[in-house]
Ligand binder design. Structure first.
Ligand SMILES: [Zn+2]
Length: 168
């Protein structure tokens, strides 16, 4: 798959990221360190008017750039479409002049998955119904499960004490 590459001082081509398997299917992973605030990749595709988009049913790759225009990022050569959502992202799409450039908002280490926040509308339409699988949400659910387990353990303990107290 295509990936943005940079020519190193020794003339070798170095890729900044690769598309690979992730928890949710495919994802985009840094192949080397990416500095905070640096440009990663552009989200590309045909420019449609927002009115035209009303006619397209269920295209999750539509990305509105302003009150009039939307980019249809569904073509597979748009590598940025493989970047997954996270509620604790390390990148952010910057919209300017009807173009979407994805920038690092944290220092990203080699091997890290690159993510950005898809925004409330997309989240509610496509992610919430299935449950978000980003690190932050998984952590939250893990904590909630641990709390339930701890509460159940306390209940069992109390029940045990009650049995002991009522024993003849
Ligand atoms: Zn999440």
């Amino acid at each position: 798959m295509p990936a943005r590459s940079i020519r190193k001082a020794n003339g070798k081509i170095a890729h900044l990221f690769r598309v690979g398997r992730s928890r949710t299917g495919l994802g985009v992973f840094a192949t080397g360190p990416i500095r905070k605030n640096s440009y990663i990749v552009e989200y590309t595709g045909p420019l449609l008017t927002n009115a035209e988009c009303e006619e397209i049913p269920d295209n999750r790759y539509l990305f509105e750039v302003n009150a009039r225009w939307t980019i249809d990022g569904s073509p597979r050569k748009n590598v940025a479409r493989y970047i997954n959502h996270s509620c604790r992202p390390n990148a952010d799409p910057m919209i300017r002049d009807r173009r979407i450039r994805i920038k690092a908002i944290k220092n990203i280490a080699a091997g890290d998955e690159i993510t950005y926040d898809y925004g409330k509308d997309h989240f509610n339409a496509y992610i919430k119904p299935k449950g978000c699988r980003c690190d932050k949400c998984r952590e939250k659910r893990r904590k909630e499960r641990a709390e339930v387990r701890a509460a159940n353990a306390r209940k069992r303990k109390r029940a045990g004490r009650a049995r002991l107290a009522s024993a003849p």
